[in-house]
Design a protein around this ligand. Structure first.
Ligand code: SAH
Ligand code: MG
Length: 229
């Protein structure tokens, strides 16, 4: 029996059918990362809506925690998730920084390498056929990207210039009616770094419409294209 404290799995707005099964959700919950379950489920639900518009793309894979929530959304919507990361960690993941994890260091070189763990997360969640890993710097990949997106999730480096560069490089690819999600948005500096909040402010100024906030996760949508002359 599911304990009453467990949030129910997400379900399709049209059919009411579950969009993430218990096994996949269990993997999402146990994979290492930076995505509380309530935010992961909100991300998942937004991903299901975005999947109806076009492919999903995530910046910041790490060990694949959010990629499980989003990969399940891609599967439910008959879409695909691209997830971009160089897998060398952000500044804040390096040795001596707050979010460092010594288990994610390649002992051969002493450098961070989250790719092997990510691969296991996809295997364990059964999402290898809907999640496509792109190994590289987000701005390098974005420079050559041309496909309109139904859903974009920005969760890469949190330094001011890095976060803004991700937004500037990728936001233009969100299709009309598509969704933009930004993680680690803290309006109050006491909560955390301000870069994602600046990105959110910039997105609103650019015409993205805020639709939902769950913890530090902000969901926005790009208004649908106006029909007619
Ligand atoms: N979404 C993850 C957490 C991402 S942590 C989760 O659910 O747990 C941020 C990730 O962004 C790190 O893995 C880091 O390697 C990656 N990253 C930071 N800057 C990047 C850049 N410029 N290009 C590609 N990946 C980057
Ligand atoms: Mg994050």
């Amino acid at each position: 029996m599911v304990p009453p404290s467990e949030p129910p799995p997400a379900s399709s707005p049209e059919t009411g059918a579950p969009t993430i099964d218990a096994g996949t959700l269990a993997v999402a919950r146990r994979v290492k990362g930076f995505m509380p379950d309530d935010e992961g489920l909100a991300l998942h639900r937004a991903g299901v809506l975005g999947a109806a518009v076009g492919p999903l793309l995530e910046i910041g894979t790490y060990c694949g925690k959010s990629a499980v929530y989003l990969g399940a959304a891609a599967r439910a919507g008959g879409s695909v998730l691209f997830t971009v990361d160089h897998h060398r960690g952000s500044e804040e993941n390096q040795a001596g920084w707050e979010h460092h994890d010594a288990e994610l260091v390649d002992t051969r070189t002493g450098r961070m390498d989250t790719l092997p763990v990510f691969r296991r997360s996809m295997e364990d969640s059964g999402l290898e056929d809907v999640v496509v890993a792109i190994l590289g710097s987000s701005t390098t990949v974005g420079r050559w990207w041309t496909t309109p997106l139904g859903f974009l999730f920005i969760d890469g480096g949190h330094a001011e210039d890095v976060a803004l560069a991700d937004y500037v490089t990728w936001a233009g690819h969100v299709a009309p009616g598509g969704i933009l999600a930004i993680h680690d948005v803290f309006e109050d500096p006491a909560g955390g770094g301000q870069a994602p909040f600046r990105v959110w402010q910039r997105a609103v100024a650019d015409g993205f419409v805020p639709v939902e906030t769950t913890g530090s996760l902000r969901i926005l949508s790009r208004p649908p294209a106006r029909s007619g002359p």
